[in-house]
Design a protein around this ligand. Sequence first.
Ligand code: PAF
Length: 285
Amino acid sequence: MSEVVRKPTEFRRACEDARAVQRRVGLVPTMGALHEGHFSLIDEARSRADFIALTIFVNPLQFAPGEDLACYPRTFESDLAGCRERGVDLVFAPEPNAMYPPGFQTEVSVKELGKPLEGGFRTSHFDGVTTVVTKLFNLTGPCTAMFGRKDYQQWKILSRMALDLHMPIELVGCPIIREADGLALSSRNRYLSPSERERALGIVSGLRHAYDAWAHGERDPNTLRSLAEEVIRPTFDRLDYVAAADPETLAPSPPSPSRLLIAVAAHLGSTRLIDNLVLGEDPRP
Ligand code: PAF
C-alpha cells in the first residue's frame, strides 16, 4: 500500500523515518502519467534500495510559456494504482504552491551541459529541472535516484549537479524502454493520432540507420548524423535537431569517436518527441 503525502515536511519526515530503521531510500522523480518506462525505474529502484519513494509533480518551472504545461496529462488515480502494484512505499504529490510558495526566487543552473541540444530550443527548461530536482533531493536526503536515459541530457546535467554540489545522491541512468516496434515510451505519445503514431517510427528508423552504419565501421560523426537525419526528416512536420555529440560533454564530437551520441528532437503536429542512441554502447533500438 503506497502512502501518499502532499506536504514537503511530511515527505522529508517519511524518508528520514525510513533511513532511521536502516532502509535505503530509492527515489523515482516523475511528472506522473506513468508508463512502462517509469515502472522500469521503480523496478530498478527496488533492486538497489528497500524503501521506494516516487514523486509526482508537473513542475511549472521547466515549461516555457506556450509549451504543454496546461494540457500535460494528469492521471493521478491510475498512477497511484500503478505505484501500488509495483510496491512503491511512498508517493509525494505536492501542489505547486507547496513547492513554489510566494516569494520563491532561487534557481540552480548547470552552465555548459545545458546549452547544446535541448538547451538550444528550450532555453529555461533545464534550470527548471535542476531547481526542482535539487528541492526533491534536499527533501529526500541521502538516496539512490533513478532517471531515464530517454532524457539523456537531463540525466547528464543532474549527474553533474549532484557531483558539483556534493549532494549525497547516487544517480542511476536507466535504459530507454521502447514499444515492440521501437517507439521510445513517453507520456507525450498519448497526444499522437494513429497516423502520427505510425510516422513517429521515423525516429527509431533513423537511429537504426546510424546504428547499422556504425556496425559496418563508419566512424565519421557527421556522416552518421546525416544518415539518421535523411530517414527522420521526411516523416516529421518539423525537426529541431538531429545531432551527433560527445556522450559525456555533449559538445560536437571529435573525429573517429569510440562512442557517439545521436540525439533527436522532432515535431508531429503539436507533439514534440525526443529520442537518442549512444553508438558504441547501446544495443540496436
Ligand atoms: O523527467 C522528468 O519527468 C522531469 O523532468 C523530472 C526529472 C521529474 C523533474 O521534473
